[in-house]
Ligand binder design. Structure first.
Ligand SMILES: [Fe+2]
Length: 612
């Protein structure tokens, strides 16, 4: 008998999916949109076959618009048409969200003659209307509330038969934190913390106070923290009142997000004794100490909540998702000091991953079975560029490039030569990564043994704060020789101490830690072979690996994006599919076009026009 999950994910037979459940194959599209980092994914018979953020196509960082291009990609990737889609799953309960928006006063109290028009617009702007109108989809649309989507995105891809589940973010529909457990196809939540009390907004408020962009700069706060001391932890504890159970409350006199554009009030400046830092201004010890303090308090609260969850769900396994779960330093502490033995974090733990969770939950509701339960071992789920396309682009221009088609060994030797020379390499190959991290498909690579590489890459391409550490990619079989890590870390979701006999100063943070990606032949064979060759030549199975993008832009997706980034930055070498070029090979016209049109789709259009 087909089953569905109610809002808590429990199993109940229901008739509405009976016909769907009998179909020989099941194609479910998952969508997240409207707030931050929109995305789309495709589940075929429970197998995740495609997933990508909309920003990768539109070139608008963290694009929140409805993922039209991502949707089209997912169908094309699987060779499907709209008629093949059995169900579209959406990652929020729009009516629960509307309730919060009304509560917040985001829906104005209007005179009755205007109200009807406004309400009509609201109804039409609801996801169901958009999906019907935009995609012309007439089939079933399944809504999965925001935190259930996060929970499912982690549990169903963890490989655990059963686990406790913690979701923590800024806000989705109403909750900001949820506690639950999963077993088989069943996810149950037993407690939640509701908006406006939010650990995500707690951290984001300090992010804004420190002059970084909210919803984007949280990584910077985490990276800045080891330079400071937690001397403001007592003051910051005033911002949040933590109960002994799962609850906590924000002290709203320090937060302005309910009524203003700002995340924090003047009271926060008074509490910490300094005005907020102006963006891009000098970072002083005070800012580093505040960063360390908020990180320390976040870790305290998370650790307490993880212990509370374990007291209710005494499993050995913990699954986490939600934007706060991208705080890898806090995750590491929860695993080391907390009661759970194993931790799985959804690599796209933010709202992009909600699309995957919604689709997975819809699959479980329709079939009564979990989606394919193998542990997620890679996220190379995005678009792929063909060697032919790259050749066509390069060969029809006056670019000087090397052609390594059918000669991968030579391509790898060439790339390793350049890396050993101290060159910075833009590397684009295969299907691109889903989620926030570059994992060797769209990466900037360099020799991690060279201490100058951090500053050099920051100056050449990233234009970012020099305190932020770069991450290492290491052959999985060699990881334990260089890092205090006894398990695979394929998604750069954990930090660990560097124990290498090699001086790895370009990827070692000030506290001796690194955010490691382990690489295998099974999931990224060409990248693994590159690491092997680098190891054979240097005795170092590690490369510095950072995302292939300019500051403020999404990670490159297409070959043209990669060329654009190469031209506009000062990266030394571009390796795109089976071709390589150096800066001397850049045609003068490309340089001119890329400089004149620095960002956005228009620029890509200009370059394509020029290329062709
Ligand atoms: Fe979320």
């Amino acid at each position: 008998m087909p089953t569905q999950k109610n809002s808590n994910g429990s199993s109940q037979p229901i008739a509405k999916f009976e016909r769907l459940a009998k179909r020989p194959h099941l194609n479910i599209v998952g969508i997240s949109a409207g707030y931050h980092d929109s995305a789309c994914c495709l589940l075929q018979d429970g197998v995740l076959v495609a997933a990508v953020q909309e920003e990768r196509f539109t070139r608008v960082k963290n694009d929140k618009s409805f993922p039209r291009k991502a949707f089209r990609y997912c169908l094309e990737q699987a060779g499907l048409t709209m008629a093949d889609i059995d169900c579209i799953a959406y990652y929020e309960d729009p009516y629960m969200k509307l309730g919060r928006q009304i509560w917040m006063g985001m829906i104005p109290d209007l005179p009755s003659e205007r109200r009807e028009g406004i309400l009509d617009r609201i109804v039409k702007s609801q996801p169901e209307q958009i999906i019907r109108r935009l995609f012309g989809f007439n089939g079933p649309i399944e809504f999965v509330d925001h935190h259930l989507s996060h929970a499912a995105s982690s549990f169903f891809y963890s490989g655990f038969d059963e686990a406790a589940i913690l979701t923590v973010d800024g806000v989705g529909d109403w909750p900001t934190t949820s506690y639950g457990w999963g077993k088989g196809s069943h996810i149950e939540r037993f407690e939640q913390v509701d908006f406006p009390d939010s650990l995500g907004f707690f951290y984001s408020a300090i992010t804004g106070y420190l002059g970084f962009e909210v919803n984007e700069g949280e990584y910077k706060v985490m990276g800045l923290a080891p330079y400071g001391e937690p001397v403001y932890a007592d003051q910051i504890r005033n911002l949040i009142e933590v109960s002994s159970d799962g609850q906590y409350r924000l002290n709203m006199k320090y937060f302005a997000f309910l009524s203003e554009d700002s995340m924090f009030t003047q009271e926060l400046s008074t509490l910490l004794g300094e005005p907020p830092r102006e963006p891009e201004s000098e970072l002083r010890q005070f800012h580093m100490d505040v960063a360390r303090s908020v990180q320390a308090v976040l870790e305290e609260v998370l650790l307490a909540k993880v212990r509370y969850l374990h007291s209710k769900v005494p499993s050995e396994n913990l699954c986490m998702a939600g934007g706060v779960a991208l705080n890898v330093v806090a995750n590491g502490r929860c695993l080391r000091e907390g009661p759970f033995k194993r931790l799985f974090v959804q690599p796209a733990a933010g709202d992009a991953g909600g699309s995957v969770g919604a689709a997975a939950m819809a699959h479980a509701r329709i079939t009564g079975k979990p989606p394919y339960r193998k542990k997620l071992d890679h996220v190379y789920l995005g678009p792929e560029n063909t060697s032919e396309d790259a050749y066509n682009i390069l060969s029809t221009s006056s670019a000087k490039f090397q052609d390594f088609r059918g000669k991968e060994e030579e391509l790898i030797r060439y790339t390793v030569d350049r890396l050993i020379e101290g060159k910075v390499v833009g590397w684009s190959h295969g299907r691109m990564e889903f989620g926030p991290r570059s994992l060797g498909a769209r990466s900037i690579l360099a020799d991690p043994r060279r201490p100058e590489m951090r500053d050099r890459i920051n100056a050449l391409v990233k234009m970012r704060e020099s305190f932020r550490p770069f991450a290492p990619a290491v052959l999985e079989s060699k990881a334990h020789e260089h890092f205090d890590l006894d398990h695979a870390s394929p998604f750069m979701l954990e930090t660990c101490q560097v124990i290498s006999p090699i001086d790895l100063s370009a990827i070692t943070h000030i506290d001796g830690s690194a955010r490691v990606q382990t690489v295998t032949h099974e999931t990224n064979p060409r990248f693994a072979r590159l690491l092997e060759e680098f190891n054979r030549r240097t005795g170092c199975p590690i490369l510095l690996n950072t995302s292939f993008n300019m500051r403020g832009e999404p990670i490159v997706c297409t070959t043209v994006d990669a060329i654009m980034c190469f031209v506009r930055s000062q990266i030394d070498v571009l390796v795109v599919e089976d071709f390589a070029m150096e800066r001397a090979g850049i045609p003068a016209l490309w340089d001119l076009q890329a400089t004149e049109k620095p960002t956005g789709g228009e620029a890509v259009g200009h370059l394509v026009y020029t290329l062709l």
